[in-house]
Design a protein around this ligand. Structure first.
Ligand code: TYD
Length: 394
């Protein structure tokens, strides 16, 4: 393993906190490593999952409208590929507020598995049956006995969060029908490195996947990657379709993407040699820009308080002296402070009356949607600073 990125010590990015909790805030090292054996890019400093995902978890997927649309399309795609009957079961691991399963309830049986009780409660209110807990082999056995085998198991933006992959893949094998499919979406390492999305590095994301290590992983457990697709969520992701080993041919998309990864150098350490200096260059440009604007008396706020925004704010060392406030659509984050940088999170309604000179777009993955949505604010004179893939003012 070779270290390819050092970001310093960071608090867990979804631990938004009130003023009274500041004294208890903990920081953990955030460094990224490359594995020479299997080309996997990962963190080695693993923060206890109970510190990251708990009854007060702040990330509700449905707070971002474009993400709801994405999962609606994802559900339609799965329904088209696999003719589901009302008796069939679809299980989502890390089902959050039911963002995906809500689109299956009119077609078949659904079951969510979600460790954060407060988020699971929102899913249940939508009519999505949800078990509060971490997915393990033991839980898979219980679910299989109580509900039968699943036709489809999904795990979106959570597969990379799991340290004990053996437990998960073994659990999937227990619960999945022999002709069932396991579908996972994960942020794609090729997009991360090509577009300098280094802010997507945080303790929840233990692995930064490409297709090659995923093929190895499933192989180890008697499964195989049957097809793979690139999708545009979170700055570029891969949707991987895995199944128990079978005689059905593997789709060309797998060898095509493996070849692209090889051509792009993704499987060798050399591809990552400028990662640190490139990340620092973005940080230095951004810090200089914001501090110069503040010296000129301009107001700077931020838009969206995504997890990745907290990596960026903390890597830059920004505080409320630099960024006055952050707006976010998640009710649970409003009224709290951003972890580490301690900037107040406020409702986006503030922008109906306040007109900051500059807004740092932390949720840059929704750039087009947000720039369009905020046309009237921009017409009033506010400029947006886009940090990734390079610092740009629009
Ligand atoms: P997201 O990019 O989904 O993920 P992550 O936390 O994994 O980095 O988070 C987007 C955040 O931005 C979420 O807290 C909701 C917020 N948001 C807004 O405040 N306004 C918007 O218009 C959109 C699309 C998102």
């Amino acid at each position: 393993m070779t270290r390819i990125l050092t970001l310093g010590e960071h608090p867990p990015v979804d631990n938004f906190l009130p003023e009274t909790e500041l004294v208890n805030e903990k920081r953990f090292p955030l460094n990224v490593y490359f594995c020479h054996g299997c080309s996997l890019v990962k963190l080695l400093d693993v923060v206890d999952e109970k510190v990251l995902f708990h009854g007060d978890y702040a990330y509700f997927s449905s707070a971002s409208k474009p993400l709801v649309q994405h999962f609606n399309g994802y559900a339609d795609d799965l329904k088209q590929r696999y003719a589901l009957t009302p008796d069939d079961l679809v299980v989502d691991i890390g089902s959050n507020d039911g963002i995906l399963l809500q689109f299956f309830t009119d077609t078949c049986r659904v079951l969510g598995i979600e460790p954060s009780a407060n988020v699971a409660a929102v899913a249940r209110d939508k009519g999505v049956e949800t078990i509060v807990g971490f997915f393990t082999r033991a839980l898979a056995t219980e679910v299989s006995a109580a509900h039968g085998k699943a036709k489809i198991i999904t795990a979106n933006n959570v597969f990379a969060h799991i340290d004990d992959l053996e437990e998960i893949v073994e659990g999937v094998k227990v619960l999945l029908d022999d002709d069932g499919v396991f579908v996972t979406e994960s942020h794609y390492l090729l997009d991360l490195i090509e577009h300098m999305e280094f802010d997507t590095v945080y303790h929840e994301h233990l692995c930064y996947y490409s297709v090659k290590p995923l093929c190895h992983l499933f192989e180890r457990f008697g499964m195989e990657v049957a097809a793979v697709e690139r999708v545009n969520t979170h700055g570029g992701s891969i949707r991987v379709f895995a199944r128990k080993k079978s005689d059905t041919p593997i789709h060309d998309s797998v060898s095509e993407l493996l070849a692209l990864e090889e051509r792009s150098g993704l499987h060798s350490l050399a591809r990552f040699q400028d990662f640190q200096t490139d990340a620092e260059a973005i940080r230095d440009t951004l810090v200089t820009l914001v501090r110069d604007l503040r010296k000129e008396g301009k107001t700077v706020t931020a838009y969206g308080a995504p997890a990745k925004g907290n990596t960026l704010l903390n890597f830059c060392g920004f505080t409320k002296d630099d960024i006055t406030y952050v707006t976010d659509t998640t009710p649970h984050k409003i009224g709290l402070l951003t972890p580490g940088s301690h900037i107040p999170v406020v409702s986006p309604e503030i922008l109906e009356t306040d007109t900051p000179d500059y807004i740092l777009l932390l949720a840059w993955n929704y750039r087009d949607f947000i720039l369009e949505k905020e046309q009237s604010l921009r017409a009033r004179g506010t400029k947006f600073i886009i940090p990734i893939p390079n610092v740009e003012i629009v």
